[in-house]
Design a binder for this molecule. Sequence first.
Ligand code: IPD
Ligand code: CA
Ligand code: CA
Length: 258
Amino acid sequence: MVVKEVEKRKEIAVKAALEAGKMLKENFGRISGIKTKSDRNLVTDLDLKADEIITNIIKKAFKDDNILSEERDIPELTAEYTWIIDPIDGTHNFIRSIDIFGVSVGVAQGDKVIAGVIYMPISGELYSAVKGKSAYCNGNEINVSNKDLSSSTLIFDSTIHYNRDAMLTSLGSLADKVFNVRMLGSTVRGLGYVADGKADLEVEYNDKVWDFAAGLLIIEEAGGKVTDLEGKEWNIKTQGYVASNGVMHDEVIRIING
Ligand code: IPD
Ligand code: CA
Ligand code: CA
């Protein structure tokens, strides 16, 4: 990993997330076009506009890099670096004028995520990390909490309908053991909270790489632990995972695997 190359990309990721976030904040509560992408999956004209802002900034700075965005066709990943973009994470909140949504921009070298930025436009929190270089929110270094499972706040996947029986069983077993549970409707919102110690673990069953690429790196760089649901290493193809402060991680993997 050439640090200068990564740092340059992180700066562009910050710029892109801030620009897209500014536009989203200006238009918050004023959505016009809503389309159905698939069953229970909506997209707005502003998801597409945010995507355009982000990809234009990236293309101007790094024209040869791959761009993998939720709102674009999946490209062939032939270049060394891949940008991984979720222009609005929490679209269904955004549509209902709930201010829990964020912009996520990650960068992978090969299949390893090496930089990540999450911007929460309404609160103004800007999370960022470069692999091996700690995690930050608005310029201040952040760290995960040190709470154990019994005093923890669990953030759980909101798309229960994805795999209802398995997810409800898992939620039921964890609900007995944690202090309280939150479902936020935005993966990146939860991952930011775990990274800066406001929550202690997040369990997701049904995510795509653009939901978690930036956030999982930020949690690891904040001192947390991330694995897939079986306790194995995560990668860009992972769908379900546990992202925690590390303290209760192995215990949680045991519980959800019953
Ligand atoms: C969704 C949100 C939601 C998660 C879904 C994601 P989107 O992303 O992060 O919290 O449970 O799996 O698809 O569609 O708002 O970008
Ligand atoms: Ca998303
Ligand atoms: Ca999205």
